[in-house]
Unconditional design. Structure first.
Lengths: 437, 410
C-alpha cells in the first residue's frame, strides 16, 4: 500500500511541476537557512570538556569593591591578581589547581635560516595537564617540583613538534624561547577544546590551539609579559614588581573539585580568604566571591556570539514562514484534487487512507526539500566565514549528524505543514464531487 | 467602483487561504523589517570614518625576540630610520595601536584633579611628532608635538605627559562650553595635569565592537615613544607607491634586525585590509540579512501566486458568469487586485505589530537599538507592492476567462 501511495504521490507531483518545484525550493531554503545558522550555534555552544565540565571551576574574588563593579552588576572582576592567584596556589585547597596566562613568547629555531616565529603559548602549573585531560604523544607534563624550582622546562604540542623536529620524539631536546633554552619534557597530542574554555577572557572563546606550555613560575620569574588583557582600576605604579603586586587583574585560575562537598568547601574557603583580606585592610568591603564550573563560566562569559543567536532566531523565523507558505501551497494542491478524492472515497477508501496517502505525498516533498536543503546548507556552511571570524567559521561543518538533522527537519516540517491540508482533503464529500463533475 | 462587500463575502468562504496569506505577509514583514534594520545599523558602522586619510597607509606589527623589553629603544629607532629611508615612504610612526587594529589602551580622564569619577572614557595612543602626519589627521586648533617633547618610556612606568593632543569629540566631552585648547586633563589616576596643545577633527578608537559605541571618537595622543619589544609601525607611502612599500618595508625591517617576529597572519597589512578585517562581521551580517530578505520576499510572492492561481482555477465558473453578466476584463482584474490588497492590509497591520514586538524582544536579549518606524513603513509599502505584483499574473489569467465558461458543465 505504501508503495502505491508513493506512486500516486509522485504522479501528482509530476502533474503540477511548478507548484511542486515551488514547495521543494521553499522547504529547501527554510531548512538550509536554519541548519547553516544552527551549525554555528552548535559549534559555539559546544561543551568543550564534557567529561569534566562539572568538576572544573573558575574562582573569582572581588578585589576592586563595589565602586568599580557598578557597571558589572556587582560581579567580581573576570580575572585574578597575581597576589590572589599565588595565595590560592599556596593554600592548595583544591584537588588540583592552576593559575595561567597567555605568555608573549617567540620561538627561535635552531636552524639559522629560519626566522623567529610565534605560537600560542601559556604559562601554567603542572596540575593543569591532568586537570584538562591533555593527552601525551611523548613524555609527560612537568612535575610540581619543576614548578617550585622555576625550571626551564617546556611541553610542546604535536603540530610544533612536527614543524621543528619532523615529528620525532623531542623529549630531552631543547627549544629556544625568547632567546633562552627550555628542555622539552613532553609532546602533547592534539588537544583543541572548542570553545577554548581555559581562557575565554583573552580569546572570546575561539583561538588556535596552544603550541607551547611553560611553567607559570618560570614565566613570571623572567618577567614574561602577558599576551592577553590587563585590567587595572588604579594606576599600577612603575615597573614589573609594582605591577604584579598591584590590584590589576590579568590571570586565569582553575580548580578541580570532584565532589559537591569539595566545591562547597572551596566556596567557603574563598569567602574566608576574602574575609581575611578584609581584616588585613586590603579589601574595604564584605567578601564577594564566585565559583563557576565550565558550563556556567562559558554561559556567564557569553561565549556564543550575539551574531550566532540573532541569525539562528532570524532563520527559525524564516523556516516558520516557509512552513506557512507550504501549508498554503499544499492546500491549493490537495484541494485541486477534490474530484479525485471524491472518486476514491466513493469507491470505498476510508478517511484514514486519504490521510495516509496525502501525508506520504507530503513526506516525498519533504524528502526532496531536504535534498535541496542539504545542497544549500553545504553552500551556507561554506559562506559562514562571511559573517563569523575565521576561528569560529572553521568550526561550522556539515557532518553526518547535521546531514541527518537536515533531512529529519525537512521531512518532519513538511509532514507537519501537511496536517491541515490533509485534514481538509479528507473532509471532501464524495457525493458533492461526483455530482458536479 | 471597489467591490469590497462581495470580496469579503468570498473571502469568508476561503478562510484558510486568506489567513495563510495574511499570516505569511505578517511574518515576512516582521522579519524583513528587523533584518533591514540590522542591515542599516551595520552599514552605518562600516561607513564610520577613522579620521585618518586611509589611502596610501599601511601597518606592520613587529615584536623583538631575545632583547629585554627595556633595551628595545635603539632597535625601534633603527627600524624607523630604515623605514624612512625607503624611497616610497613619506612618513612613519611607531605606535602602541591605531584605529581599527583591535587591541589598545583605554582609560578614564578628568578635568578636575579632585574629581572621584572620570568625566570621559578615551583611548590612549602613544606616538611621536610624526603621528599626525602619518595618520593624516586634520588639526583643527593648536599645534603638533615638538620633537623635544617626546619621551621614551617603559609601558609599565609611564611618565605624566605635559602636552597632549585630543580628538574634537573628547575635547567637547571634557569641555562642553568649548575652548578646550590649553586646558588641563588628568589621565587615569594622575595628579599632574596634561595640557591640550592640539585638537584634531576626528580620531577613532582601536576597537569597533558595539561596546565602544559610547566613546568611539574619544581619543588622545601622548608624546611618548613606548620602549617595548612589541610595536606597530604605521607607514604612509608616497601617493601611488603603496604596493612597492608593502613589499619593501617588511624586508627592510628583517634586514635591520632579523631577531623579530612579524606575524604571518595580519602582520603586514594595507589599511584597506585592516578596515576590511575589522568590519568583516558587520558586512557579513548585512549580506546575510540581505539574502534572507530577498529569499523571504521571493517565497512570499511565490506563495501568493500559488494560492491565488488556485483560487482563480476554483472560480473560473463564477468569473465566467460575471463576465457573461457584463463585467469587463478590468473589473475581474480589479477584483483580484482588491482582494489581495485587503488581505495585504490585514497582513501588514498584524506584521507591523509583530515587527515591533520582535524588535523589543531583540532589544532585551541582545542590547540592540530600537527599531525606527521608517523601516516598518518601508516594509509595509514593499510588502503591499509585492502582493499586488505577485497577484498580477493570476489575476490577468482570471480576466481572460471567457464568458462562455459560464455555460460549461453545470
Amino acid at each position: 500500500m505504501f508503495a502505491y501511495y508513493l506512486q500516486l504521490g509522485l504522479r501528482s507531483l509530476r502533474k503540477n511541476p511548478l507548484l511542486t518545484v515551488l514547495m521543494v525550493l521553499t522547504i529547501g531554503c527554510g531548512v538550509a537557512a536554519s541548519m547553516t545558522t544552527y551549525s554555528v550555534f552548535r559549534a559555539t555552544s559546544n561543551n568543550p570538556i564534557p567529561q569534566k565540565s562539572s568538576v572544573l571551576y573558575v574562582p573569582q574574588i572581588d578585589n576592586w569593591g563595589p565602586d568599580s563593579n557598578e557597571d558589572n552588576k556587582g560581579e567580581p572582576p573576570n580575572a585574578m591578581t597575581y597576589t590572589d592567584a599565588i595565595n590560592l596556589m599556596r593554600d592548595k585547597r583544591a584537588r588540583r589547581q592552576t593559575a595561567l596566562y597567555p605568555t608573549a613568547v617567540s620561538i627561535v629555531p635552531a636552524d639559522p635560516a629560519m626566522l623567529p616565529f610565534r605560537e600560542t603559548s601559556y604559562g601554567w602549573y603542572a596540575d593543569a595537564f591532568p586537570m584538562f585531560d591533555i593527552p601525551f604523544l611523548y613524555g609527560h607534563g612537568w612535575t610540581a617540583g619543576d614548578d617550585d624550582a622555576h625550571a626551564a622546562v617546556a611541553v610542546i604540542a604535536k603540530a610544533l613538534n612536527d614543524k621543528l623536529f619532523d615529528g620525532a620524539n623531542s623529549v630531552g631536546r631543547n627549544i629556544n624561547l625568547n632567546g633562552r633554552d627550555y628542555r622539552i619534557v613532553g609532546v602533547a597530542d592534539a588537544w583543541n577544546p572548542e570553545p577554548v574554555f581555559y581562557d575565554v577572557i583573552n580569546t572570546n572563546g575561539f583561538d588556535d590551539p596552544i603550541q607551547v606550555f611553560i611553567p607559570f613560575t618560570r614565566a613570571v620569574e623572567l618577567q614574561t609579559a602577558t599576551n592577553g588583557n590587563n585590567n587595572c582600576n588604579h594606576d599600577a605604579g612603575k615597573g614589573w614588581d609594582a605591577w604584579i603586586r598591584s590590584e590589576c587583574v590579568w590571570l586565569g585560575f582553575w580548580a578541580e573539585l570532584p565532589t559537591k562537598s569539595e566545591a562547597d568547601a572551596y566556596r567557603q574557603y574563598l569567602n574566608g580568604y576574602a574575609a581575611e583580606q578584609q581584616r588585613s585592610g586590603r579589601f574595604r568591603w564584605a567578601p564577594n566571591t564566585r565559583l563557576r564550573n565550565v558550563v556556567e563560566w562559558l554561559d556567564y562569559q557569553k561565549v556564543v556570539p550575539q551574531e550566532a543567536k540573532v541569525s539562528l532566531m532570524v532563520s527559525l523565523g524564516f523556516l516558520l514562514i516557509c512552513l506557512v507558505n507550504t501549508v498554503g501551497l499544499l492546500l491549493a494542491k490537495f484541494m485541486r484534487r477534490s474530484p479525485e478524492i471524491g472518486v476514491r472515497r466513493a469507491l470505498g477508501a476510508k478517511r484514514k487512507e486519504i490521510y495516509i496517502q496525502f501525508l506520504i505525498e507530503a513526506a516525498a516533498i519533504g524528502l526532496a526539500g531536504g535534498l535541496v536543503g542539504l545542497l544549500l546548507t553545504g553552500l551556507g556552511v561554506m559562506g559562514v566565514s562571511l559573517v563569523f571570524e575565521p576561528d569560529i567559521a572553521k568550526l561550522a561543518t556539515l557532518d553526518l549528524s547535521l546531514v541527518l538533522l537536515t533531512m529529519l527537519v525537512a521531512i518532519a516540517a513538511t509532514v507537519l505543514a501537511a496536517f491541515y491540508p490533509t485534514w481538509r482533503a479528507a473532509q471532501v464529500q464524495p457525493a458533492w464531487q461526483l455530482k458536479s463533475n | 467602483m471597489l467591490q469590497i462587500k462581495p470580496i469579503l463575502a468570498a473571502l469568508r468562504r476561503h478562510k484558510a487561504g486568506t489567513i495563510l496569506i495574511a499570516l505569511q505577509i505578517a511574518l515576512t514583514l516582521a522579519i524583513v523589517c528587523n533584518a533591514l534594520f540590522i542591515i542599516g545599523q551595520r552599514l552605518e558602522r562600516v561607513r564610520r570614518p577613522t579620521g585618518m586619510v586611509e589611502t596610501d597607509l599601511m601597518a606592520i606589527q613587529s615584536r623583538f625576540v631575545g632583547t629585554e623589553e627595556n633595551k628595545t629603544s635603539p632597535l625601534i629607532k633603527a627600524d624607523l630610520q630604515a623605514l624612512r629611508q625607503l624611497p616610497g615612504v613619506q612618513d612613519v610612526v611607531s605606535l602602541n595601536s591605531y584605529p581599527l587594529r583591535g587591541g589598545g589602551w583605554s582609560t578614564g580622564v578628568r578635568t578636575d584633579v579632585d574629581a572621584k569619577n572620570s568625566k570621559a572614557h578615551t583611548t590612549q595612543y602613544f606616538g611621536d611628532e610624526h603621528t599626525l602626519g602619518t595618520m593624516g589627521l586634520h588639526l583643527l586648533e593648536g599645534r603638533n608635538f615638538r620633537a623635544d617633547e617626546i619621551m621614551q618610556a617603559d609601558p609599565q612606568a609611564l611618565p605624566d605627559s605635559a602636552a597632549i593632543i585630543v580628538s574634537k569629540a573628547l575635547a567637547d566631552k571634557l569641555y562642553p562650553e568649548g575652548h578646550a585648547l590649553g586646558k588641563p586633563v588628568y589621565i587615569g589616576d594622575s595628579k599632574s595635569p596634561s595640557t591640550i596643545v592640539g585638537i584634531v577633527e576626528r580620531l577613532g578608537v582601536p576597537w569597533n565592537g558595539t561596546w565602544t559605541d559610547s566613546f568611539y571618537e574619544n581619543s588622545l595622543i601622548q608624546p611618548v615613544q613606548l620602549v617595548s619589544s612589541f610595536t606597530n609601525y604605521l607607514i604612509r607611502a608616497k601617493p601611488g607607491q603603496l604596493a612597492d612599500v608593502l613589499k619593501a618595508a617588511p624586508a627592510a625591517l628583517v634586514k635591520v634586525n632579523r631577531m623579530r617576529v612579524i606575524p604571518s597572519e595580519r602582520g603586514v597589512r594595507t589599511f584597506a585590509q585592516v578596515r576590511e578585517y575589522a568590519y568583516k562581521g558587520d558586512r557579513g551580517m548585512a549580506i546575510l540579512m540581505g539574502v534572507v530578505c530577498l529569499v523571504l520576499l521571493a517565497i512570499t510572492a511565490a506563495g501568493i501566486v500559488g494560492l491565488t492561481s488556485f483560487w482563480v482555477g476554483q472560480r473560473r465558473k463564477q468569473i465566467g458568469v460575471r463576465r457573461a453578466l457584463g463585467a469587463t476584463q478590468r473589473d475581474i482584474l480589479g477584483y483580484f487586485l482588491t482582494e489581495n490588497l485587503l488581505i495585504g492590509v490585514a497582513g501588514v497591520a498584524i506584521g507591523a505589530l509583530l515587527a515591533i514586538g520582535m524588535n523589543l524582544w531583540l532589544v532585551t536579549q541582545f542590547e540592540m537599538a530600537r527599531l525606527s518606524l521608517a523601516y516598518v513603513l518601508v516594509g509595509v509599502v514593499a510588502l503591499l507592492l509585492l502582493g499586488q505584483g505577485a497577484v498580477l499574473a493570476p489575476a490577468m489569467r482570471a480576466s481572460r476567462v471567457p464568458p462562455v465558461e459560464a455555460t460549461r458543465s453545470v
